[in-house]
Ligand binder design. Structure first.
Ligand code: THU
Length: 138
């Protein structure tokens, strides 16, 4: 378990868990919650995965959180992302979500991964996605 976390990160983790509880996942039964913090924006945005009978229209918790943040305050630089799942080993963002995150690429950005017990790991974005595709920076 990660210790000595900033209070706003701990609060965002708890709210991400609350979002996880709202997960609509009748097909996978795999509940995920996410939080995104933008630089210079106090409000933190949350998301859960919302599945669909078509499967393909399912939206991940991370993208749900990011798009809700963009809808509220516009596209901003990202400060950190939190992903929580009810799993022993916490789950990183899937490749589709990483592609969305790459639009906000900051190599040093922390991605916190947690489960119901707490935040367990933190990676820098560059560790999870070392070679992003982004036509603006390529
Ligand atoms: N899921 C997420 O919400 N985030 C991830 O990073 C991995 C996968 C969701 C999608 C689907 O509803 C369920 O988890 C199983 O893949």
């Amino acid at each position: 378990m990660l210790e000595n976390l900033r209070q706003d990160v701990v609060d965002a983790y708890k709210n991400a868990l609350a979002a996880l509880e709202n997960s609509y996942s009748p097909y996978s039964h795999f509940k995920v919650g996410a939080a995104v913090k933008f630089k210079g924006v106090e409000q933190v945005f949350y998301g859960c995965n919302v599945e669909n009978a078509s499967y393909g229209a399912t939206i991940c918790a991370e993208r749900n959180a990011i798009w809700s943040g963009v809808a509220a305050v516009g596209k901003q630089d990202m400060e950190y992302l939190i992903v929580v799942a009810d799993q022993k080993d916490p789950v990183p963002p899937c490749a589709l979500c990483l592609q969305v995150i790459s639009e906000f690429y900051d190599a040093e950005m922390p991605i916190y991964l947690g489960n119901l017990q707490g935040l367990q790991k933190v990676y820098k974005l560059k560790e999870i996605l070392p070679v992003p595709f982004n036509s603006f920076v390529a």
